[in-house]
Write a protein that binds this ligand. Sequence first.
Ligand code: 5AD
Ligand code: SF4
Length: 458
Amino acid sequence: MATRTLCIKTFGCQMNVYDSARMADVLAPLGYGLTDDPSDADMVILNTCHIREKASEKVFSELGRLRRMREDREARGAGRMILGVAGCVAQAEGDHILDRAPFVDLVLGPQAYHRLPEMVARLSRAGDAQIDTEFPAEPKFDHLPAPGARGPAAFLAIQEGCDRFCTFCVVPYTRGAEYSRPVTDILDEARALVARGTLEITLLGQNVNAYHGAGPDGATWSLGRLIRALADIDGLARLRYTTSHPRDVDDDLIAAHAEVPTLMPFLHLPLQSGADRVLKAMNRGHTLADFRRVVARLRDARPDLALSSDFIVGFPGETDREFQDTLDAVDDIGFIQAYSFKYSARPGTPAAALPAQVPEPVKAERLARLQDLLNAQQVAFNRRCEGLDMDVLLDRIGKHPGQLVGRSPFMQPVHVMAPAPLQGTIQRVRIDQGQPNSLAGRLLPAEDDHPPAERATA
Ligand code: 5AD
Ligand code: SF4
């Protein structure tokens, strides 16, 4: 039973969401139960993101707020609040965090969270701040307990780190070299999740399709093979994976999209730029034509496949013409959703030292234009979904009484009026309305008396 409260605030990517859940698993045996309210928590951990400067800076403003909360709580006589900084800012900044925020108790990198109990014990004995930003020889995954209940849709990390070294990116430095978990560990974790009610699993990795884990047969398994094995788990209705690199989409993975019906027809595949010179300067290792070829093959395998992507505008040296190439590529390929960012120089990455940094107003103007186009594509896709019937995983309670919210096969949020016991189930839904960021629909009767699924395509 929980005797203490733990609040974990998560910034950044889905891997951090997964890591936060794992930190909670690790701390549960010490009596820590989760709360959303930091003001009265015995321990608050910020799980941080270093990917862009803005994300990184948030940590310090948040720490300032937490410091005041801690003082208030201690003044009320409610006891000590342990303050921890985890994740990629902790990894990148290490003990420098204590220069700017000397009141922090724990600093731990993404490879250290299995050592949290030990750090907490040492903190209570010694009283001084504990820092752990080592990349241990043994992977952290070997030391984690079975996952707790995660709900209908859960993340499962299968791979961590990255060896690609895109010139703008901090990930190879904060998350380290690429590591793939053994197949058996992944299958065990997936079965444990399904046994606790999970219907949909998203396989996670910084470069997830570079997965090459040790199989039980002694062979090295690819992501495609792993997906086939996971698809055999009874009760696992849906599979996804993210984030992929276009260079690492192999034949086996493409075939899995054709053969595995539980693999959802939605793929996040970052393009970053539509200009070959920029792609080269980014060290992406592919051209726009290579990207198009991969997309064409994926769409041949799974004609209803819809794509999302990541883009960076204002990479050093990006010209107006090169930015136009990105707009043209987006226009032509079609994405149902995408993330786009202004280039942010990250200390220690090769691109940060390039001479021709693009001025801020130019970046801002390019970002606005790209986002207009991406938003228009998203709205158009959502509109095209009107009148279709879709399987929707109802995973959360809606804002309005009697409403549940779910996710479509294409990851759109879907609002439906539905009785509460249907939360955590997959239901057939007729889409009545496509809105800019979501869909609205109504439940169809359980008896399948309507024609088979029509599918929306991007
Ligand atoms: N500046 C801007 N965007 C970045 N990303 C990664 N590094 C940077 C950076 N330095 C974006 C990429 C990546 C996504 C997770 O974040 O588009 O795919
Ligand atoms: Fe970063 Fe992704 Fe490039 Fe790896 S592949 S360096 S995680 S952008």
